[in-house]
Write a protein that binds this ligand. Sequence first.
Ligand code: CTP
Ligand code: CA
Length: 227
Amino acid sequence: RGTAGAVPDLAGRHVVISAGGTREPLDPVRYLGNRSSGKQGYALARTAVARGARVTLVAANAALPDPAGAEVVPVGTARELREAVLKAAANADAVVMAAAVADFRPSREVDSKIKKRDGVEPEPIALVRNPDILAELSAHRPAPAQIVVGFAAETDDVLANGRAKLARKGCDLLVVNQVGGGRAFGTEENEAVILESGGPETPVPHGPKETLADRIWDIVAGRLSTA
Ligand code: CTP
Ligand code: CA
């Protein structure tokens, strides 16, 4: 898989990665979800292990094999993901939010299955905001040298949206990829631009998600070594 013999430039480092997509329950059998496969986050975990890191992978509903050598913490909802990531981040050198976190959840989860009734229109589903985990991680770092990385899938003016989001979230790196037209979701490959606070932009051409993961770790390892 191309990671054997990698330079152990993350040896002695603890990295936390969130992957997959959260599911927000509506009733005992239904949820609001998204199309994230978890493949990019799992590729980040495998490559970080190969580079010598201790890896905590907070996995939201990803139907993928556990990466060898990583500690996997399974979660379901955005609030569970927040708990698990904040706990693991307390002693982490870097946190990468590759998970697709639901922006909203149903304002109430009912204990009984929602039933249809003849001649009765369904109730609208009321939603409330979920916490913004990336913004919270960026604003409340356990150590100033901790590196926080976000992902953004954008349409339209991808780079302008990405730069604005990097500033708004307050993270160090934002990995931006263009979605729509079958790109990114569920595929084996990805194409992205890594935006950094302070200006640098690293385009990563279309290729395996492991390659994009390694370019992200190159930048993270470089920043950690000069911190
Ligand atoms: N994210 C998060 N918590 C949320 C929503 C998003 O931590 N409640 C993280 C994602 O894991 C990702 C980054 O924030 O790393 C950007 O997610 P995105 O959905 O692009 O950002 P939003 O601020 O939700 O903006 P948008 O309105 O475009 O969805
Ligand atoms: Ca969002």
